[in-house]
Write a protein that binds this ligand. Structure first.
Ligand code: GCW
Length: 677
C-alpha cells in the first residue's frame, strides 16, 4: 500500500510544482542554509557577500579575504576574484576590491545552483569590461520609452522617503550577474532630473544600490542650463554654461560621492546639443567631461545620430564622428549601437567599431525587444549580442573583434564599458515574458565574459530559473538558441531591415510610405521594384561598404561574396538572382519566411511537451505568449510576401503554406500603441 502511494506521488509529483510568478528571477536558491563565513574586513558591501553565502551556501566554511598586494591587484582588478580550496571543507575567496569578494560569492553560489561545483576549487575571474551598465529609458512620469513590462520601477513621486522593496531586489539581481551600474532615466532626458529635488531622490536610490556594488548614472538634457538654469543658452563655449555644469556636478557629488557620470543623446532625433550653437560633438562632450573629471565621473556620448537629408542613414554616425577621433577628453566614451541603423533583428556591426582609434568606444545593445516582438515573442538575444561582439573589424589584422576593441584589448582606453537598454519594469516577472529575463541575464554574463557561449549562458539561466532536469534543459536550451534565427526569418530575412509599422515598431508595414522623414519609411529601406529589391550600399550606391576595413569592404561590395544574411542590406538583388541554394532570390525569400513560421510552431510543440517540468502558471503564461508569437509570425510572413509579390509578380512556391490573410486587410491594421516614430 505504502509503495503504491509513493508511486502515485512520484507520478504526480511534477503536477504539484509550486506555482511561481517569476518574481524571483534566477535567484530561486533556498535561503535556509547556515554556512560559516568569515572575512578579514567589515563593510556594507562585504556584509552583502557574507549574508548571501550564509543563507545559501551548502559547502564548507568560507573565508573572504581582501588583499592589498599589487600583483594581485594587477591580475584581478577591483572586480576580479580567486576561489580556491575544497567545496566541502574550506573555501577561500580572495580579491583586491570589495566588489571582487561580492562577485566571487555570487560565482560560487551560481556553480552550486547549476550543479557545476568541483570538489577542488581553483578559479580566477575578472570582468571583460570595467563598466557593465543598464540604460533605463524611464521617464519621470513613470512611463518607459520602449518598455514592455509595465511602468517604471522608480517611484519618483514617493522618493526619497518611501523606498520600494524592488530597488534592493533589482540591485541584487544585477550584482549577481556582475552588472555594476544603471543609468536611471531616458536618454530623451527631461531636464528636471537635475533639479535639486530629483537629485535627492537619485541619492536615495544610490544608497540602496551601494552595498551591491551598483553605481547610478544619469542621462542629461544638453539644454538643461537654459531650461532649468535660466541661462540664455546652453552653448558649451559660454563660460556661464560651463560654470553651471561645474556647479551642478559638484552638487551631485556632494550628495552621491560615487556617482558614475552622464549619458548624453545630443543632436539626435530632435534632442538639443552643441550643434544648436555651431559647436561639435567633441566640444559638447568635453565641456561635460571637464566638469566630471575632478570627481572621477565619465561622459558616455551617444553616436546614434542621423539627419533626414542624408542619402543613407547607415553611414551617418561614422561620417559625423570620425573627423573628431582623438579630439575627446579621456573621460569621454562614445556609446555606439551594435548596428549602423537601429537595433534591427539583424544588422552588420557598426563600422565605427574599428574606425575610431584614438577615442574610447563602447557598445550599446538593446535588451528590451523594441524590434523583436517586444514582450510577446520568445527571442533569446545572446546569439545576437555575440554576433556583434565576435565580428572581426580587421582594424589591426585578423582577430580585431568588436569585443576586443571595446574591451580595451587592442588600443589602450582609460575605461572600457558596455551598456544594455533595460527590459525591466514593474511587472511581477520584471520583464513581461518569462524568457525575456534570460536576455537581462545574458547581457550581464557577456558583459562579464564575452567568451561564454550562448548555450552555456542559456543553460545556467534555465537551471536557476526552472529546473536542472536535463530532459527540460537540453530541448529548451536548443529552442532558445534557435529563437533568434526564427525571428529574423519571419520578420526580416536575407538582410531586410526596418519594415516595421510606424510608431510602435511591433508589426509589419513594408508598404509604409507616408509623408515625413524618408528615413522613417519602410520603402526607404527595401526599395522594392518589379526588377529588384534591396538597398545599394556598394561603391556604386551609397558606398557605405567603404566604411568597413578590407577585406570586409570588398567582401560586402561583391554580391557573390556578400554573406547572404546581409544581402539586401548591401545590394539590390534581382528577383531571379541565383542563391547559393540554387533557388531564385524570390523563392529563397519565401522559404525563409515559411521557415520562421515553422520554427515558432515547433517551439509551441516543444513547450507543450515540457509541461511536466514547469509549474502551471509559468507554463501557461509562456504557452499563451507562444500562441501570440505563432500568429504574429504568420502575420509577418503574409504581409511581407503578399506585399513583395506585388513587385516580384512570381508565385509563392507551392510546397509552402499558403497565405491566410488578405494584403488589403493587413494594411488596415492599426495597433493602439502609443509611441513616436
Ligand atoms: O530605437 C530608437 C527608438 C527611440 C529611441 C532611440 C534612441 C530613446 O525608437 O525610442 O529613443 O532609438 O536610441 O535614442
Amino acid at each position: 500500500m505504502k509503495k503504491k502511494l509513493l508511486f502515485v506521488f512520484i507520478l504526480l509529483f511534477p503536477f504539484f510544482l509550486k506555482a511561481e510568478d517569476g518574481s524571483r528571477l534566477w535567484l530561486r536558491a533556498g535561503q535556509d542554509a547556515s554556512a560559516t563565513v568569515v572575512a578579514n574586513k567589515q563593510s556594507p558591501l562585504i556584509a552583502t557577500a557574507m549574508e548571501e553565502l550564509q543563507h545559501q551556501w551548502r559547502g564548507g566554511k568560507v573565508h573572504l579575504t581582501l588583499r592589498s598586494e599589487k600583483a594581485l591587484r594587477n591580475l584581478l582588478g577591483k572586480d576580479g576574484f580567486r576561489i580556491t580550496g575544497h567545496t566541502a571543507k574550506e573555501v577561500h575567496i580572495q580579491a583586491s576590491g570589495e566588489t571582487g569578494l561580492l562577485y566571487g560569492a555570487y560565482h560560487l553560489l551560481r556553480l552550486q545552483e547549476t550543479r557545476q561545483l568541483p570538489d577542488e576549487l581553483n578559479i580566477t575571474e575578472s570582468p571583460a569590461y570595467d563598466l557593465r551598465l543598464l540604460n533605463h529609458w524611464d521617464n519621470l512620469n513613470g512611463t518607459i520609452e520602449r518598455g514592455y513590462a509595465g511602468h517604471s520601477l522608480w517611484k519618483w513621486e514617493e522618493l526619497p522617503h518611501t523606498l520600494s522593496p524592488r530597488y534592493k531586489q533589482y540591485a541584487r539581481a544585477n550584482a549577481s550577474i556582475g552588472i555594476n551600474g544603471a543609468v536611471l532615466n531616458n536618454v530623451n532626458a527631461s531636464p528636471d532630473i537635475l533639479r535639486t529635488e530629483y537629485l535627492g531622490k537619485v541619492k536615495a536610490i544610490a544608497e540602496v544600490f551601494r552595498p551591491y556594488g551598483m553605481k547610478v548614472y544619469l542621462s542629461v538634457n544638453f539644454a538643461s542650463p537654459k531650461v532649468i538654469g535660466g541661462l540664455p543658452d546652453a552653448d558649451p563655449s559660454n563660460p556661464e554654461v560651463q560654470t553651471w555644469w561645474k556647479h551642478k556636478v559638484k552638487e551631485i557629488y556632494a550628495l552621491i560621492p560615487d556617482f558614475g557620470g552622464f549619458l548624453v543623446k545630443a543632436n539626435s532625433e530632435g534632442q538639443p546639443g552643441p550643434q544648436d550653437y555651431g559647436r561639435s560633438h567633441a566640444e559638447g562632450a568635453n565641456m561635460l567631461a571637464g566638469a566630471l573629471k575632478p570627481f572621477g565621473g565619465v561622459v558616455m556620448w551617444r553616436a546614434f545620430v542621423y539627419a533626414p537629408d542624408s542619402d543613407d542613414r547607415a553611414k551617418q554616425a561614422y561620417a559625423e564622428f570620425i573627423p573628431f577621433d582623438g579630439r575627446f577628453r579621456e573621460n569621454v566614451i562614445i556609446q555606439i549601437k551594435n548596428g549602423p541603423v537601429d537595433f534591427q533583428p539583424r544588422e552588420p556591426f557598426n563600422p565605427l567599431f574599428g574606425a575610431l582609434q584614438s577615442t574610447p568606444s563602447m557598445i550599446e545593445f538593446q535588451v528590451t525587444q523594441e524590434y523583436l516582438g517586444q514582450s510577446n515573442h520568445l527571442v533569446y538575444l545572446a546569439p545576437l549580442f555575440k554576433e556583434t561582439l565576435d565580428s572581426d573589424t580587421y582594424i589591426k589584422g585578423e582577430g580585431s573583434t568588436v569585443a576586443k576593441i571595446t574591451g580595451g584589448a587592442l588600443y589602450p582606453q582609460m575605461l572600457s564599458a558596455i551598456a544594455g537598454v533595460a527590459n525591466i519594469g514593474e511587472d511581477t516577472n520584471w520583464c513581461g515574458h518569462h524568457f525575456a529575463q534570460a536576455n537581462w541575464y545574458a547581457f550581464g554574463r557577456l558583459a562579464w565574459d564575452y567568451r561564454l557561449s550562448s548555450e552555456e549562458i542559456a543553460e545556467e539561466w534555465l537551471k536557476m530559473t526552472f529546473t536542472t532536469d536535463a530532459r527540460f534543459i537540453v530541448p529548451v536550451r536548443d529552442m532558445m538558441i534557435e529563437s533568434r534565427e526564427a525571428v529574423v526569418n519571419y520578420m526580416m530575412p536575407l538582410g531586410l531591415h526596418h519594415l516595421f509599422a510606424e510608431g510602435h515598431h511591433y508589426g509589419p508595414a513594408p508598404w509604409y510610405d507616408a509623408p515625413g522623414r524618408p528615413d522613417w519609411r519602410s520603402v526607404y529601406y527595401h526599395q522594392a521594384t518589379p526588377e529588384a529589391i534591396g538597398f545599394d550600399r556598394t561603391t556604386n550606391g551609397s558606398d557605405a561598404v567603404s566604411q568597413y576595413n578590407s577585406p570586409l569592404k570588398e567582401r560586402y561590395n561583391d554580391i557573390e561574396t556578400c554573406p547572404e544574411v546581409f544581402l539586401l542590406w548591401f545590394h539590390r538583388v534581382p528577383w531571379d538572382y541565383r542563391m547559393k541554394s540554387g533557388k531564385t532570390f524570390w523563392d529563397e525569400l519565401c522559404y525563409a519566411y515559411d521557415a520562421g513560421v515553422t520554427q515558432v510552431r515547433n517551439f509551441q510543440k516543444l513547450w507543450d511537451r515540457m509541461e511536466p517540468y514547469v509549474d502551471t502558471s509559468r507554463f501557461k503564461e509562456v504557452q499563451s505568449k507562444l500562441k501570440i508569437q505563432a500568429r504574429d509570425a504568420v502575420w509577418w510572413k503574409d504581409a511581407c510576401l503578399l506585399y513583395f509579390q506585388s513587385f516580384s509578380q512570381r508565385p509563392i512556391p507551392y510546397e509552402i503554406e499558403r497565405p491566410v490573410y488578405e494584403l488589403e486587410d493587413l494594411k488596415k491594421i492599426k495597433l493602439d500603441m502609443k509611441h513616436h516614430n
